[in-house]
Design a protein around this ligand. Sequence first.
Ligand SMILES: [Zn+2]
Length: 314
Amino acid sequence: MIIGNMQQIHFNSINKKKQLMECGGIGLEVIKSLELNGSLNALTIDVEDWFQVANLQDIVNFKDWDKFESRISLTLTQILNLLCEKNVGATFFVLGWIAERFPALIKQIDDYGHEIATHGYSHRCIYEMNEREFKSDLQKSIELIGNITGKDILGYRAPNYSIIPNTIWAFKILAQCGIRYDSSIFPIKHNRGGFVSAPRFPFIIDLEQDGKLIEFPLSTIRLLGNNFPVAGGAYLRLYPYWFIRSALRKLNDAGKPVIIYIHPWEIDYFQPRLKTNFSSRLKHYGNLALTEQKIKKLLSDFQFASISEVIGLA
Ligand SMILES: [Zn+2]
């Protein structure tokens, strides 16, 4: 791993740094950006079932999850086959609830040589938990997943990218639980949060006595003076492929690695359809039939690997 020198601090604005420190009160300070190979990108898969997502949260309760038809074995196997066909490694952020019910499936991801990281246990947003609840949710997932693979869990992604200015206290807990990198910051304005003032590219956070943590924010491009998401999920499904390819090319040409996120349910056109509002319907069900083809094109046009490989932890 090559670390940039002190002149390359992304957060060189004292006000922004102060703002971060005040938000969490933990002396959080971005100390260095990471210089990485700009053409090696990170491919990530958030392993959760179709009914566990933010867009359906208002109509599906956590306590009812067991009543829904699980399609994770089907969709995840499809993704594993696709990656095998393209010979690409990835990071799988596994939900503890899934690991608890489908240990053989999680073992299979590991057997295929991919990296397994955690997406927490219950898919609760960090801003809906206090520090104790967050730690317990995280530890439960680490224990479940670690018992299946027998390996250390190095990475974490928060449900709904819920590390925002008000929840940066989570970094300290992540480091205390052995997490070495996080990929939960979406540097955009978003109705459920977003962290628009955060750096757009990988950086190291100094947590003082708790050590250091690498953050790999979700990819954005600058458009009309704003950060514009191009990283995956509904954006990947709804934008035309030529636009995504040109955005990713631009980032790689500037020496910046891209991070893509997809969910197994996003390639499942035949999943059950729940009645919800128009916006949630569009974000959850829009272009499901086209996702697999888009992923295939991405894997052909760009070079991908797991996060650990991209940031030099592997
Ligand atoms: Zn999720």
